[in-house]
Design a protein around this ligand. Structure first.
Ligand code: TYM
Length: 336
């Protein structure tokens, strides 16, 4: 039996280096293996949780789809789709909601962070918190369980969501007395795990510290790299690679020998300016050919649309029979 690998990206902004190194690159590599059945998608229902600008969601979806394709995803080998084209996902979300402990969702990092922020500001703990944010982990569990994925390649920030998906699956299996769902396993690219952003914190749309993958071309990439925060050590003074996001990013884009040489150069006093130029050139070597493909793809949205519609058809062929089985198991009329 093939291993089913599944992952998604929320369509709220422009794809950044963290999305690429943490999720897209390993997922595309996995999809080339003959023993893998890959399901990759644009999480546009998730996008609604954070974004109420329709044009932005649409644009981001196109850009993220083009990014996957430019990064080498072959839609003939992979089931590549838009979350919102699969009605079985919100349907499963409800079935899972009804077996999910509220206490589990109370512990979700994103919800807790929003509550903590309110408390710190002396406001009502739930001020501005939507039920959508609260339910985020259940929707994500449905994304994964609707296809009974075995493995989910993600960055470290998604580990808790995967643990919750396993909890929810286990609970459903237990209540309804059968292994309807396999328990999905998280796959973390250790070399990347959490790619730091410009300020050293996790690279994230929410922190506004991202390095764009393709947007703005080589120039924007170079400008962003030059803005990576470094300490005040001067050229000639030894640098500590382990505390430098510059080195961490470099390592995520280079082989062992190249990383070791860069580490030595930093320890021997390479200036930050030069180090940034080295990093930029390393990134550009990997990204430039993809950027050219990306620019062509975003200019042809109709082609991408056709690919996604075919992907939705393939995805539903898997999800529909499972949902019919689940409906029957919980006592609803089986459809599909
Ligand atoms: P999202 O859109 O925030 O991020 C997409 C993927 O990129 C990874 N990532 C990173 N990896 C390393 N370093 C970083 N700085 C970094 N920033 C982002 C994320 O870990 C993720 O793998 N909830 C998900 C989308 C989603 C999903 C799913 C993923 C919805 N349903 C089902 C897997 C399976 C999210 O918002 O990711």
């Amino acid at each position: 039996m093939k291993t089913r690998v599944l992952t998604g990206i929320t369509t709220t902004g422009i794809p950044h280096l963290g999305n690429y190194a943490g999720a897209i690159r390993p997922a595309v590599a996995a999809s080339r293996r003959d023993d893998v059945d890959a399901f990759y998608f644009m999480a546009d229902y998730h996008a609604l949780i954070k974004c109420d600008e329709p044009a932005r969601i649409e644009r981001s979806r196109l850009e993220i789809a083009a990014t996957w394709l430019a990064a080498g995803l072959d839609p003939a080998r992979v089931t590549f789709y838009r979350q919102s084209d699969i009605p079985e996902i919100p349907e499963l979300t409800w079935l899972l909601t009804c077996v999910t402990a509220k206490g589990l969702l109370n512990r979700a990092h994103a919800y807790k962070a929003a509550v903590d922020k309110n408390v710190e500001a002396g406001e009502d703990p739930d001020a501005g918190v939507t039920a959508g944010l609260y339910m985020y982990p259940v929707l994500m569990a449905a994304d994964i369980l609707a296809f009974n994925a075995h493995k989910v390649p993600v960055g470290r920030d998604q580990i808790q969501h995967l643990e919750m998906a396993r909890d929810i699956a286990q609970r459903f299996n237990h209540i309804y007395g059968r292994e309807f769902f396999v328990l999905p396993e998280v796959v973390i690219e250790e070399q990347v795990a959490t790619l730091p952003g410009l300020d050293g914190r996790k690279m994230s749309k929410s922190y506004d510290n991202t390095i764009p993958l393709f947007a703005g071309g080589a120039r924007a990439l170079r400008e962003a790299v030059m803005r990576i925060v470094t300490d005040s050590r001067l050229p000639g003074e030894p640098k500590d690679p382990d505390s430098s996001s510059l080195y961490t990013i470099f390592r995520a884009f280079a082989g062992e020998a190249e990383s070791a040489a860069f580490r030595r150069a930093l320890e021997e006093g390479l200036g930050w300016g030069e180090a940034k130029q080295v990093l930029f050139e390393r990134l550009e070597a990997e990204l430039a050919p993809m950027r050219a493909r990306y620019d062509e793809l975003v200019a042809r949205p109709a082609e991408i649309e056709a690919i996604l519609q075919e992907g939705a058809r393939k995805a539903r062929a898997t999800a529909t029979p499972l949902l019919a089985e689940l409906r029957e198991a919980v006592g609803l009329r089986p459809m599909g």
